[in-house]
Design a protein around this ligand. Structure first.
Ligand SMILES: [Zn+2]
Length: 422
């Protein structure tokens, strides 16, 4: 006997309706809807052609410095200002404060259909291990609702303070899932990467780096990342966020680098909400968008995905913790405008992000965790363009969020049948 049977589910790019069976928190089957021989189930839900996706994946977010807009003395318009203002605020953070802000973002994300999230946690002598300890506790508290992966992240560099490398090691021992790094905080990029990759090797962890975040075409730390990925044989286990300098290069320089990224299986996480906000500020005409070259990377076979990065802080004043808001930004700014592109954008927030995060029990294969979301849309474009509600969100087969949109519009008496049929 099934616990739940969903019938007549739509999927992106297909007219074939599907049925989804759930048992003991896992996918029992995902098969074509025939309308006959329905198996017994404690609950049956006819979703009547609505889109059903595996749980959305938020692959890059900073929960510990989210929701800080109302504390900023002034708005930040450059990356340097954003880092400096946030470093000042960080001195006032307490465990309780970090936990409350992180929980508010997690709540929003779950309502938006997110079932897995990778968050970067600041590690430095100012905050110490407070963020790490808070996030490790939250990870445990929310595990029935959302899976958290924690990246130990030295935002202010590894070598500007001698205590930071030791704190990074302690963060790993406290349960960080991923070793983080940043190529634009320390002068010695090779030394920085050497430390990060050695730590990853020692603890058997993947690597997730902030790389080449500027609009300067001569920033090419990505080449060092490629070198270290090969040296440590971490093929497919390294991700890079931003990579916007690559978007400023001419094609003759950018193409071989994109090919090298593809060859080493490095995943690229575009972070357009931040990149569009902070890059291009020095241009007084022909202002560049300052984004990673998403289409070029896709053409070369790179696994490109996207993340929110920040939610309402100095780096990114916007943000709703809805991955599809960010997907829409890619549609609008990367010329991803065909209907197939819309399906690809949905794929980037689901299967492709799951691949980058190394998720092994993801999707609709029998035995996978029953994490899925029913959307109030019938196809990818509608979901993306109308930001359709995620009506029901399930984690391990259990309903964890429900959104009912109620809206009333009073039409003029003269409208007659004009609006009939919706
Ligand atoms: Zn980031």
């Amino acid at each position: 006997m099934l616990d739940l049977l969903l019938t007549r589910c739509s999927v992106p790019g297909s007219t074939q309706m599907m049925d989804l069976g759930v048992q003991c928190g896992q996918i029992a089957f995902w098969r074509e809807h025939t309308g006959t021989h329905q198996p017994n189930s404690k609950e049956i839900l006819d979703v009547n052609g609505k889109l059903v996706l595996p749980g959305l994946v938020e692959p890059h977010i900073h929960l510990d410095k989210a929701l800080l807009l109302d504390r900023l003395a002034e708005d930040a318009f450059t990356l340097q200002d954003a880092i400096a203002y946030t470093a000042d605020l960080k001195r006032t953070f307490t465990a309780d404060d970090i936990g409350r802000r992180a929980a508010r973002v997690i709540r929003k994300a779950v309502a938006n259909g997110v079932s897995v999230m990778r968050c970067h946690v600041e590690i430095d002598p100012v905050i110490g291990l407070v963020s790490m300890e808070v996030m490790a506790a939250i990870k445990e508290q929310v595990k029935e609702v959302i899976d958290l992966q924690i990246v130990a992240f030295p935002q202010d560099g590894l070598f500007l303070d001698v205590r930071t490398p030791g704190l990074m090691r302690k963060a790993i021992e406290l349960g960080a899932d991923v070793v983080g790094g940043i190529t634009y905080a320390d002068r010695n990029v090779s030394g920085h990467l050497d430390f990060v990759f050695r730590l990853a090797e020692e603890y058997g962890l993947p690597v997730d780096l902030h790389v080449d975040f500027s609009d300067l075409a001569d920033e090419r730390a990505i080449l060092e990342v490629v070198k270290y990925t090969k040296k440590f044989s971490l093929y497919g286990r390294v991700s890079v966020g931003h990579l916007t300098s690559l978007g400023s290069m001419n094609p003759g320089d950018a193409e071989p680098i994109a090919e090298a990224i593809a060859d080493t299986g490095i995943h690229v996480m575009a972070l357009p909400a931040t990149d569009l906000y902070l890059n291009g500020r020095g241009d007084d005409h022909k202002v560049r968008r300052g984004l990673a070259p998403v289409k070029l990377l896709l053409d070369k076979g790179v696994n490109v995905i996207y993340g929110s990065n920040n939610i309402q802080n100095a780096f990114t004043p916007t943000g709703t913790a809805d991955p599809l808001d960010i997907g829409l930004l890619l549609f609008q700014t990367c010329h991803m405008s065909s209907s197939r592109d819309s399906e690809l954008i949905i794929e980037m927030a689901t299967f492709r992000a799951a691949k980058a995060l190394g998720l092994t029990n993801y999707g609709f294969r029998p035995g996978s965790s029953a994490d899925f979301v029913i959307c109030d849309a019938r196809d990818s474009r509608t979901l993306l363009f109308e930001r359709s509600a995620r009506e029901r969100v399930y984690k391990k087969g259990r309903l964890v969020a429900r959104t009912d949109v109620q809206q009333t519009v009073w039409l003029g008496e003269g409208s007659g049948t004009l609006f009939a049929g919706g």
